[in-house]
Structure formats: C-alpha cells, structure tokens
Design a protein around this ligand. Structure first.
Ligand SMILES: [Zn+2]
Length: 282
C-alpha cells in the first residue's frame, strides 16, 4: 500500500477500523470466538453475547490486534513503519509511545504471522508461545527447530522439519558429509532431499570449539531468498534461538510480498485469533 492509499485509511479512526474489520469476519458474518455459534444478541458497548455459551465479545476479542492498547490508526502506523523497516526507537519517537510498546507490538505482528502458517502447531509444541502473555508452556526453547527452505518461482517456503533435530544436522555433516556454512550463530546446509537448504540455530550446533561450519559456495548462497535472509541476519545482532522462528517467518512473508501487499498481509494476520497454548507434553 502506498502512502496515498494509506493516507485515506489513517484519516479517521472509523476508516482504520473498517479496514481491520474487513479481515475479521467473512461477509460480515459474526460468530462466537469461543464456540463458533452464529446466534448472538447485542449487548451494551457494541458487544455481542453468544446464545449458546454466554461469552460476551467485541469484534477484536481473542485476536492479536486486541493484545495491544493501540487503536486502529496507531496499528496502521505501526504496520507502515514495520513495513518500511524503520528502527523501533524511531517508531517510538514518531508515535510518541514507549520503546517497549513498539517492541511488544512488533512481537505481536511476528507471532500473528507465525499463526498463519499451516505447521504453526509444530512450533508451539516445540515451546514457542502462540501469543502474548499466556501460560508458560514449561518448555524453554534452547535450540530453534530445523527449517527446510525451498524457493520455487520466486516464492520462498520455510517448512518446519519436525523429524530432524539440530543433532541430526551434525550427524549428516559428520557421517554423510553434508556441507554446512554459517551466518553468525545460524547454520545452513547444502541441499537435502527436496530442500535447497536446512537452517537452524542454537548451541547444539556448536558442541565443541573444533566444530566448523565454513563450507563455501553452497547452492543456497545463489538463492534470492537466502541472500535476503543473510542480509537481514547481519542486521539483527544476538538473535536468540527462541526468536529465530519468528524472524524467519517474518522474512518469508516479506520476501514473498516484496512486490507489494505486505501491510495488508500483516493486517490480516493481526486480525487472526490467538491460538491456544498447547498443554505441556500435549
Ligand atoms: Zn459461544
């Protein structure tokens, strides 16, 4: 979205709200976010109550967008700055809000993007918190999950490889001579099965001082997406394994929307429901 279209949306809170509401209900068909019942009645404050389970909700209840105190216009500005890659400190100054408020909102956007992935459940079971606050899963993510990356016709796909651990990567390297290279703490490999590269980060990949991930000219180095990721990895310092999946999924979306539509895609994700935190061991 260019600034001309954006300007119309931020001209009033009601215009901004209409924009987000468009992503919340298909054909304005409201349903109970808790039990999906469609028979509702109106109660005070523009809210609705479910006739089946009695849950009272407003249009943004249980969605990522409601997890911040931002109004719709502030969310639009946040997304616009995020789209343009403006540093969080500058965003905070421009929006006259606290720095940590901006960080929290950006974290929400990333978690909302992850929630749109078909295999998000695998990440949650690995210990990634689906949304803000919520119960601690009891799992602490020491190493990021392994991702397999393919790029087809300029579209990048980052699949979570539920069956491959970081230890497996080292095994493939040592026993089957799978070549590996690294950017900071992030390790990537030569092609594996249908994937152009496997990617992971975490201490398990660096078990000893002698461990090296320095092979040169891996096929991934010639890929548009991986070049894009390497450039971004160089800009974020000290990316923890627990945050790596959030950033990788953000970059996947950014890359696939590089011709336009990134703000709309992020707004749509923000209007999604926050998934339940899976029970420990579940
Ligand atoms: Zn209900």
């Amino acid at each position: 979205m260019d600034v001309i279209g954006f300007n119309d949306l931020v001209s009033s809170e009601s215009a901004a709200r209409r924009f987000f509401l468009g992503f919340c209900w298909k054909n304005h068909q409201r349903f109970c976010p808790r039990c999906r019942e469609r028979t509702l009645y109106r109660v005070a404050g523009g809210r609705r109550r479910c006739t089946r389970c009695g849950y009272t909700f407003h249009d943004f209840s249980r969605r990522f967008i409601a997890a911040s105190a931002f109004d719709c216009r502030q969310w639009l500005w946040l997304l616009k700055f995020f789209e343009l890659g403006v540093p969080p400190r500058d965003v905070a100054a421009q929006m006259r809000v606290a720095y940590h408020t901006v960080l929290k909102a950006q974290d929400l956007v990333r978690r909302a993007i992850v929630a749109t992935a078909l295999d998000a459940g695998v990440l949650y079971r690995a210990g990634l918190r689906p949304g803000p606050g919520g119960k601690k899963t009891g799992l602490e993510m020491t190493d990021a999950p392994v991702f397999g990356i393919i790029e087809v016709g300029g579209v990048a796909i980052c699949d979570i490889m539920a069956d491959i651990t970081p230890e497996d990567l080292l095994l493939f390297k040592c026993n089957f001579r799978l070549r590996t290279a690294s950017v900071g703490g992030v390790v990537y490999t030569a092609p594996y099965q249908k994937y152009q590269t496997l990617v992971c980060c975490g201490p398990a990949l660096w078990p000893a001082r002698y461990m090296r991930h320095e092979d040169r000219n891996l096929p991934a180095d010639a890929s548009g997406f991986w070049t894009f990721v390497k450039h971004r990895l160089a800009l974020v310092r000290g990316l923890s394994p627990g945050h790596f999946p959030l950033y990788l999924k953000e970059w996947e979306l950014r890359y696939n929307r590089r011709e336009g539509g990134l703000l709309e895609a992020m707004a749509k994700a923000l209007c999604g429901f926050v998934p339940e935190t899976p029970a420990p061991g579940g």
